[in-house]
Design a binder for this molecule. Structure first.
Ligand SMILES: Nc1ncnc2c1ncn2[C@@H]1O[C@H](COP(=O)(O)OP(=O)(O)OP(=O)(O)O)[C@@H](O)[C@H]1O
Length: 669
């Protein structure tokens, strides 16, 4: 018999992920609830977009008590014999103490609210703090369970594929070279594994493809040891309405209280990046007051072009992948194989590559006849030879329009700028970085608030290690764009799309910060937004300053006019005599209208105000001329001269602008 630790064991992928569920973002019950919702919603979005349907997604989270759960599982509910055995047991004394403390805290909160006002930052922070304290101090209650149901209007699933797609870890339809939210073939199965681990209950699936006259209705779970689906029952009811889509429902342990904020934040951010989708979210609590019903309304029917399937770029393939492609290819010659199974290789180029291999490979040989050595040589050459970069036309970024729309609808910022970068390449996969930077708005804290998206899904965890957060916080000199990084409310939205997002881990929570190409692309996209904002901020600042200057100048006009008018009035009513008379004759023109009551205090105020405003505008223009016109305020117009001879004279100044007539470059006088 072998020694302990010496015995060969094998694990199925399902067993591995069940034991290491944190790798896939299933860390604790609260996070499991969050990740389950997220995985199902992302599958729904992929499914709707794959048939170009505007996504309509219903998400329901229903609280289920231990008693209800037992009823579902067919377990009898027993009355407790020994209360003290249980987690939620609390002595009378302990309860009294807890309640007294809560009352005191509430009193303090009321005082703070009276002083600072409801909704103020200080009050909100204190409320959050108290909620956390309350949860921590409350006796550990029974576990919490939830039924999570997500329904969509997507492509559905083929009836016979459903058990494998949802009951076998590492199986899916998104392994190709295409931009999709899902990639690993894991998410929905992790929700099922967690349901199996925490409640022992199977998953229920309804699905129908377009024009299918029945609905596939399954109840299944997973044999974790064998990594195989285990179908409890299957039905095929009629589908008279020709519904298409999928509805998945799992019952799992979770923690709504701790993760409510994160779940709502996730939905809000996914609504920002997919404003063409409608999300109806319902939380059904036992107690009506705690229930929640939120709809993130579709704001546009304009969907980005869907991503397209592409081929492997030669720079991204490894030896195993080449062998796999050789096994599955339908090409009959090596030259065809290189030209058809890879991107950026033309037929001619394939011929040149084969000659360069110099290993007796011949363009007309069957790829399956390549020896191990020939494959190794081919792999080496594919990594040494030059190829055109993939152009990114198969990617589907959200688009500046959608990004701007989503941000405006959710945050209502004062200003926002967007930029979509050029396609770039990372390890043979093209990627595009889009960014938006907003200033001001609702529900946004002062400082730099980073919103990260990858393949159009929000990333909410592990922000500190992410390339986007690090770039926004450390590599941008905000001051140089007239943005105060601690007091302005700045939103930095960055979305990366790629056929392969370089996630760290299967949980899809962050993109590493160690790839120069990615760092450069993210930095460039943010900077481009900042450049646009700088112009807008400068304009807004100038307008504010002018308004303030005018306000300062006109503030004392009524008082000054009242005093001047009193003097004029007195002079008009009591004409001077003697030596002063001559001196005052000059003022005759002013005094006469006063005497005739044609000029009064109001006339003086109006005239002086107009005068001050005119002078102020002239001064502002003169100042701008001295400073050189700001780029944003300068506009070129092309005028056709009335005659052949034209004098390009000095500039003309009007009250609202300065016109400088210049000779176009390269034109004769
Ligand atoms: N709502 C849905 N509509 C249509 N097909 C679905 C739906 N949900 C899941 N599927 C199918 O089931 C497969 C497996 O889904 P699963 O969530 O396990 O992995 P994935 O989405 O492929 O990858 P990832 O683990 O990265 O999320 C998907 O590839 C898809 O084919």
């Amino acid at each position: 018999m072998g020694k302990k630790g010496d015995v060969l064991q094998q694990k199925s992928p399902a067993e591995f992920f069940a034991e290491n569920k944190n790798i896939a973002g299933f860390d604790n019950p609260g996070k499991c609830l969050y990740t389950t919702i997220r995985e199902l919603v992302e599958n729904s979005l992929d499914a709707a977009e794959s048939i170009s349907a505007l996504p309509d997604i219903d998400i329901t989270v229903e609280e289920i008590s231990q008693k209800q759960l037992n009823r579902i599982r067919g377990i009898e509910n027993h009355d407790r014999l020994d209360e003290e055995l249980y987690h939620d047991f609390e002595t009378d004394d302990a309860r009294k103490k807890r309640l007294a403390k809560e009352a005191k805290d509430q009193e303090r909160l009321d005082k703070l609210t009276a002083k600072k006002g409801e909704g103020s930052v200080a009050v909100e922070a204190r409320k959050k703090d108290l909620d956390a304290k309350r949860v921590a101090a409350a006796p550990k209650g029974a576990k919490q369970f939830y039924r999570v149901t997500v329904k969509d209007n997507g492509m559905g699933m083929r009836h016979e594929d459903i058990p494998n797609l949802l009951g076998r870890v590492l199986s899916g339809t998104k392994y190709g070279v295409k931009q999709t939210r899902g990639k690993f073939g894991l998410g929905a199965k992790m929700a099922l594994i967690w349901s199996k681990m925490s409640t022992g209950l199977p998953i229920e699936i309804k699905a129908a493809r377009r024009n299918q006259n029945f609905i596939s209705h399954y109840k299944l779970d997973i044999d974790i040891h064998k990594n195989e689906p285990n179908v409890h029952w299957v039905k095929q009811p009629d589908n008279p309405d020709k519904w298409h889509g999928a509805e998945l429902s799992v019952i799992i342990a979770g923690n709504w209280q701790y993760y409510r904020a994160k779940i709502i934040k996730y939905l809000r951010q996914i609504a920002v990046i997919t404003p063409y989708a409608q999300f109806n979210f319902q939380f059904k609590a036992d107690d009506e007051k705690s229930s929640l019903d939120v709809t993130f309304i579709r704001r546009t029917d304009k969907m980005p072009e869907p991503p397209k399937d592409t081929k492997h770029h030669p720079a991204s393939v490894d030896l195993e992948l080449i062998k796999r492609l050789i096994n599955i290819t339908k090409c009959t010659t090596l030259q065809q194989f290189l030209a058809r199974e890879f991107s950026s290789i033309s037929k001619d180029y394939a011929g040149r590559l084969i000659s360069e291999m110099r290993i007796d490979a011949d363009p007309s040989m069957a790829p399956q006849d390549l020896t191990e050595k020939q494959i190794v040589r081919m792999h080496q050459l594919l990594h040494e030879a030059k190829f055109k970069d993939p152009d990114g036309s198969h990617l589907s970024p959200a688009g500046e329009y959608n990004l701007r729309l989503g941000i405006t609808k959710e945050l209502h910022p004062d200003m926002v700028a967007t930029h979509q970068g050029e396609a770039r390449v990372l390890e043979g996969h093209s990627f595009i970085v889009e960014a938006a930077v907003s200033v001001g708005g609702r529900d946004i804290k002062p400082g730099i608030n980073v919103y990260r998206f990858a393949n159009r899904i929000p990333l909410l965890f592990e922000g500190g290690s992410d390339v986007i957060t690090k770039t926004a916080l450390k590599r941008i000199n905000w001051n140089s764009y007239k943005i105060n990084q601690s007091s302005d409310k700045v939103g930095v939205f960055v979305s990366v799309v790629s056929t392969k997002i370089p996630y760290k881990g299967a949980g899809k929570e962050y993109i590493a910060d160690d790839m120069d190409e990615m760092v450069a692309a993210v930095k460039h996209a943010i900077q481009q937004c900042c450049v646009q904002l700088k112009v807008k901020i400068a304009k807004a600042q100038a307008a504010r300053e002018q308004k303030q200057r005018r306000k300062n100048l006109t503030k004392y006009i009524p008082n000054a006019c009242a005093a001047v008018f009193t003097v004029l009035r007195t002079m008009a009513d009591h004409p001077a005599s003697g030596p002063k008379r001559h001196a005052l004759e000059a003022a005759h023109d002013i005094l006469r209208p006063v005497k005739r009551q044609e000029t009064d205090e109001g006339t003086l105020i109006t005239s002086l105000t107009e005068y001050v405003q005119r002078i102020d505008t002239d001064m502002a223009l003169e100042y701008q001329m001295q400073q050189g016109m700001a780029e944003g305020t300068r506009q070129s117009w092309y005028l056709v001269p009335q005659s052949v001879q034209h004098e390009y004279g000095p500039e003309m100044q009007a009250s609202c602008c300065v016109i400088r007539v210049l000779q176009p470059d390269g034109m004769g006088a």
